[in-house]
Every structure is written in structure tokens, then in C-alpha cells.
Write a protein that binds this ligand. Sequence first.
Ligand SMILES: NC(=O)c1ccc[n+]([C@@H]2O[C@H](COP(=O)([O-])OP(=O)(O)OC[C@H]3O[C@@H](n4cnc5c(N)ncnc54)[C@H](OP(=O)(O)O)[C@@H]3O)[C@@H](O)[C@H]2O)c1
Length: 230
Amino acid sequence: MKVFIIGIAGGVGRRVGQQLATAGDEPTGLVRRPEQVEALASGGTRTILGDLVAMSVDELADAMRGSDAIVFSAGAGGKENDAATTRIDGDGPGKVAAAAERAGIRRFVLVSVFPEAWRERRMDASFEHYMVEKKKAEIQLVQTSLDWLIVRPSALTTEPGTGRVDLGLAKVHVEITRDDVASTIVALLRSPDLSRLILEVTGGTVPIAEAIDDLRQALTPIAPGGSGGQ
Ligand SMILES: NC(=O)c1ccc[n+]([C@@H]2O[C@H](COP(=O)([O-])OP(=O)(O)OC[C@H]3O[C@@H](n4cnc5c(N)ncnc54)[C@H](OP(=O)(O)O)[C@@H]3O)[C@@H](O)[C@H]2O)c1
């Protein structure tokens, strides 16, 4: 499978790329700095030098043409200002979705965020802006004709992955390792029947493959007078 990853040098994106490359798939993605091209090439991942904000929709479409799926895991990451959050987290997914449509790529996995994350805390204005932009991006993607999947992870950690998660339509916000988010995304890329869904994933106890099977069961329509999947 050829997967084009926006944010391939980032915490989640790099792990998705590594897992795909190890499995014999063909990950590619955009990086902003030449040294990232070399660093990722040494791990077997081919990259294209480019900036999501600077590139036109046509340039993005040319870069990703021939891919089977897109994973969008880029973000300003609080390292830049609110305007960058708007351009990257807010406007980025819609722009890449337009490019995907132009390039004839249907499958699009967006890494988003729990909308109610840390509602119990008093977060600053930049965090609130980030949440608004993430939601805006979800709305733009949902309105496309693409075969989209939105994955909302809880707070990310760099602890080693456990291979176990809590995955479903609505989950309590805890935290999750970037390894486990990447493994979940790779497993979902291999689950084409799961489409046009907004999923929440957080640290948990269920092996990822089982969590995906459980989700399928839970999505089984309830027959009149019968009981549903779970
Ligand atoms: N942090 C959390 O707790 C948390 C929780 C839930 C969801 N999320 C979301 O999960 C996703 C992945 O998070 P992460 O921590 O893995 O992200 P990350 O390490 O900050 O990586 C983001 C990547 O996006 C790239 N990027 C930013 N702007 C770009 C542009 N204009 N063109 C091309 N690439 C660009 C960055 O490139 P450079 O390497 O050049 O900077 C970086 O490699 C993000 O969308 C984030 O918002 C995060």
C-alpha cells in the first residue's frame, strides 16, 4: 500500500511511516527541511521536500498522485503562533483533501483531537484556538466525497507502545502513546470497511486488532426487535 503522510517527520507521522515501511508498504510524505529527507531515507522512507502551506493544491496533488491513501498528522504543535495553527491544523486538512480529490485518492485518515479534551482544566486562548481549528478541519473533511476516517487521539505521550487501546465512537479522554496511535492508524488503513467515521482512541487494555473487530461489531445495525453488535 502506498501511503502519503503529511507530517511524516512528526511524532505520530514518523511512527506510521516506520511501521508501514517495516511491513513492506510504501510510505512517502512531505518534509520541510532537507536534513529530514536524509534522516527518514536512512530508515527506508522516501520523502518529498515541501511545505503544506506554501504548496498549491495542484502541487500537493502532483506530490501525492499514485498513493492509495493519505494520512494527515501534521500540526503547528504549539511551537508556532495561532496564525500557524490556523494555516496548518485548521486549513491544512481541507487543502490536502482538495488535492487528494484532484489526484484521485479516496482514502483519507485525519489525526484530530478529542473536542472535549481538558474541559476540566482552564486552558489558554491558544489551546482554545487550536481546538476550534481542529474542529473546523474535521467539518471540512466530513463535507468531502472522500473515503475519510477521523481518528481523535487523547493526549499523546512518547512512552513505548503497549499494542492495546480503547477505541470507539466516544471515549473518556486519558492519554495514549504515539506508538499506539500509529499502530491504530496502520490497522485502520488495512480496514477499508471502516469509513466515514469519527473515532476516539485512548490508552486501554484491548489489543488493537480486537478493538477494531469490537468496533465493527458495535457498528452492526440493530435488527428490528433484535439486539445489536454489543
Ligand atoms: N500533542 C498531543 O497531545 C496531541 C493530542 C491529540 C492530537 N494531537 C494531534 O496529533 C497530530 C500528531 O501530533 P504529533 O505530536 O505527532 O505532531 P508533531 O510531532 O508536532 O509533528 C507534526 C509534524 O507536522 C509537520 N508540519 C507542520 N507544519 C507543516 C507544513 N506547513 N508542511 C509540512 N509539514 C508540516 C511538522 O514538520 P516539522 O518537523 O518541519 O516541524 C511535524 O513533523 C497533530 O495533528 C496534533 O495536533 C496531538
